[in-house]
Structures are given as structure tokens and as C-alpha cells.
Design a binder for this molecule. Structure first.
Ligand code: CA
Length: 174
């Protein structure tokens, strides 16, 4: 990881918009990664609901290295309780969870009128699950197995989208 000083963040911030708009998901540019980390690292609270312990720890570690606060739970009931009780900026939700599956957690969240960005994790080839998840209000998805870099790119995109009020990103023009 490249460490940037506070002084360097301002200059990089100025170019983050256009670069972000032109950067395809999953292909982060080195400079862009660092810039956005600085912009969003201040107060991003992430709920991570994943019962695969190794995966959960790897994801939590990667997100914490980016400066995010991660609350990890392994069951759907715990995820539901946490989402109802605390403020988060993003939820990463495995669909196959014990206690209460990811669909139910998502359903409960949207029933409470929460607009929290949700990234669902699902196993490859379970297209029906994916469609159901999106129908229930997931904002994006990742199929397992995935690269941590791809997860980080999706997280950045969701945070950027929600912080800009859901409006489209900067458009190139004269
Ligand atoms: Ca699972």
C-alpha cells in the first residue's frame, strides 16, 4: 500500500471525479485507489455478514486496511439486529447465512425503509438467488469466489454513489 500524506490528498481529490467516471469496475488504477481511500475512509461503517470465517476475516482485514470500520457477524439474526440497532454506511451480505438467510435480512432492512447500500455475496451459478436478491433491493452483487480487489472496487463504487446522493457521477464535457 502507498501511504499518502494529508497534504497530497487535496491535489489527488481534484482529479478523482473524472478518473472515477472513466474507470471500469474491477480495474482500479493505483492512484485512484489511494485517492478514494482518503476521501471515504473518514466515516465508512460497514456491516459484514458472512458465515465463512476465513472469507469474513479476509474481507474484514482488507476493508479495515482501507480505513473502514467493519462490524462482522456470522448469522442472519445478528445481522438483522445490528442493522436495526446501529447506523451503517454499507452492508455486505452473504445470501446463505444461518439463523436467517440473507434474503430475510435484506427484506427486513428494506421493510424498515432503509436505503442503506447493500452488496450481496452469492455463490456462482445461483442466478435465481441473484435475481431474488436484486428484486429485494440489493444494490450490487459479487459471486464467490471473488478477488478482494474486486470487492474493494464494488465497495468504493457503492459508497461513492450513496455519498453523491445516488446521482450519476461526473460527465466528461467541455
Ligand atoms: Ca454462506
Amino acid at each position: 500500500q502507498i501511504a499518502l500524506t494529508a497534504g497530497s490528498s487535496a491535489a489527488l481529490t481534484a482529479i478523482s471525479g473524472p478518473m472515477a467516471a472513466g474507470s471500469p469496475a474491477g480495474m482500479p488504477m493505483r492512484g485512484l485507489v489511494c485517492t478514494e481511500t482518503i476521501i471515504v475512509s473518514a466515516a465508512v461503517r460497514i456491516l459484514l455478514a458472512e458465515d465463512d470465517r476465513m472469507l469474513s476475516e479476509a474481507v474484514a482485514r482488507a476493508l479495515r486496511q482501507l480505513g473502514h470500520t467493519v462490524h462482522a457477524v456470522a448469522g442472519g439474526r445478528d445481522a438483522d439486529d445490528a442493522l436495526a440497532a446501529a447506523e451503517f454506511d454499507l452492508a455486505i451480505l452473504d445470501l446463505g447465512l444461518p439463523q436467517l438467510d440473507g434474503f430475510e435480512v435484506l427484506k427486513g432492512l428494506r421493510a424498515r425503509k432503509s436505503a442503506l447500500p447493500v452488496l450481496v455475496l452469492t455463490v456462482r451459478d445461483s442466478v435465481d438467488d441473484l435475481v431474488t436478491g436484486l428484486d429485494l433491493g440489493a444494490d450490487d452483487y459479487l459471486t464467490k469466489p471473488f478477488q478482494l480487489a474486486e470487492l474493494e472496487a464494488r465497495v468504493r463504487a457503492l459508497i461513492r454513489r450513496s455519498q453523491s446522493g445516488g446521482m450519476p457521477q461526473l460527465v466528461h464535457g467541455p
